[in-house]
Design a protein around this ligand. Structure first.
Ligand code: 5GP
Length: 297
């Protein structure tokens, strides 16, 4: 039998452990805790070929499997508020992603911000949702006081992506997709530096295969240096895109109704609205200047 005093101690210990587990979980999520304001933004871009390497099962929402439109340039992973040095805030509000808010952006979000997986992603409070829901709820809700709304989060991210074309910057330095070539990492960093005059950051998977490239921005969306790359060796690869191996069996399509609804949602445009990149009072005109349509695949 445990005495009343000991029971109280056990209760307090359990509560404290519970609070610690909720506040900091292993994946970098911080739920239910006041978080200090972020310091700068990272625009994270992913290389489709690397993301698609291990895909063996296809679904309608997975861009690796789209026949005509599989991406052949860096696409968006997310816009992440970051702290100087280590760490980042995450899951800053209880807001949930609402796809109707970005209906007018959907065509571009679908094309330039696709997921390379099937199935739903765990988000804040273990809610499950699309890749976009995950990015908005985990990262986008931490953009205060610069980004306060879902629509702004997606529009800002797309705008930065249009303005700073990393694939083109690499191509201009003759760094192109290849299954055989290796590039000195410094050449890759220099190519981006000569285009944008700031240091990007790279992330690699095994054998120096580039997985992601990061551009960093201050709170006014002015480019700034990122911190140094750690996960890449001295020479790196940028593999070509190959359609996933294995049978793309239609009967094996995976996709929830919600995902399918999103993927079949046609952008509904206001007839008076020329384009979703029409400037609104809230948008920073300097961001939109130079924004251009990307080439089509
Ligand atoms: P993060 O938390 O790093 O911003 O987002 C990564 C999460 O989104 C992971 O849980 C991953 O499984 C999921 N996810 C879904 N689609 C993609 C994708 O296309 N690329 C990456 N990197 N993660 C994806």
């Amino acid at each position: 039998m445990i005495k009343a005093g000991s029971r109280r101690v056990v209760f307090v210990v359990v509560v404290v452990i519970g609070i610690v587990v909720v506040v900091v979980d292993g994946g970098g999520f911080t739920v239910g805790k006041e978080q200090r304001e972020f310091d700068y933004f990272i625009l994270a871009l992913q290389w489709p070929s690397t993301s698609c390497t291990n895909v063996t099962v296809c679904c309608t929402t997975n861009a690796c499997c789209r026949r005509a439109v599989s991406p052949t340039e860096f696409t968006i992973h997310g816009l992440w508020p970051k702290y100087e040095g280590k760490g980042w805030p995450s899951c800053c509000t209880n807001e949930t992603f609402d796809e109707t808010q970005i209906r007018s952006l959907f065509e571009d979000v679908d094309k330039y911000w696709p997921t390379y997986r099937c199935g739903l992603v765990s988000s804040c409070d273990n809610r499950k949702g699309s890749f976009w829901a995950h990015q908005y709820e985990k990262h986008g809700t931490c953009g205060s006081p610069v980004i306060l709304q879902e629509y702004d989060y997606f529009l800002t991210t797309l705008t930065l992506f249009y303005k700073y074309n990393v694939t083109e910057a690499l191509e201009n330095a003759e760094i192109v997709a290849s299954d055989t070539k290796k590039y000195p990492i410094q050449d890759v960093l220099n190519a981006v530096h000569s285009a944008f005059k700031v240091n990007p950051k790279l992330a690699c998977v095994k054998k120096g295969i580039i997985k992601e490239i990061y551009l960093c921005f201050d709170k006014q969306f002015k480019l700034r240096d990122c911190d140094a790359t750690k996960s890449c060796p001295k020479s790196v690869k940028l593999p070509k895109f190959h359609k996933p191996h294995g049978k793309l069996n239609r009967s094996k399509l995976i996709g929830t109704r919600r995902e399918l609804k999103m993927s079949s949602m046609k952008p509904k445009r206001n007839p008076n609205e020329k384009s979703h990149r029409r400037r609104t009072d809230k948008e920073d005109p300097s961001l939109l200047r130079g924004a251009h349509k990307r080439r089509t695949y």
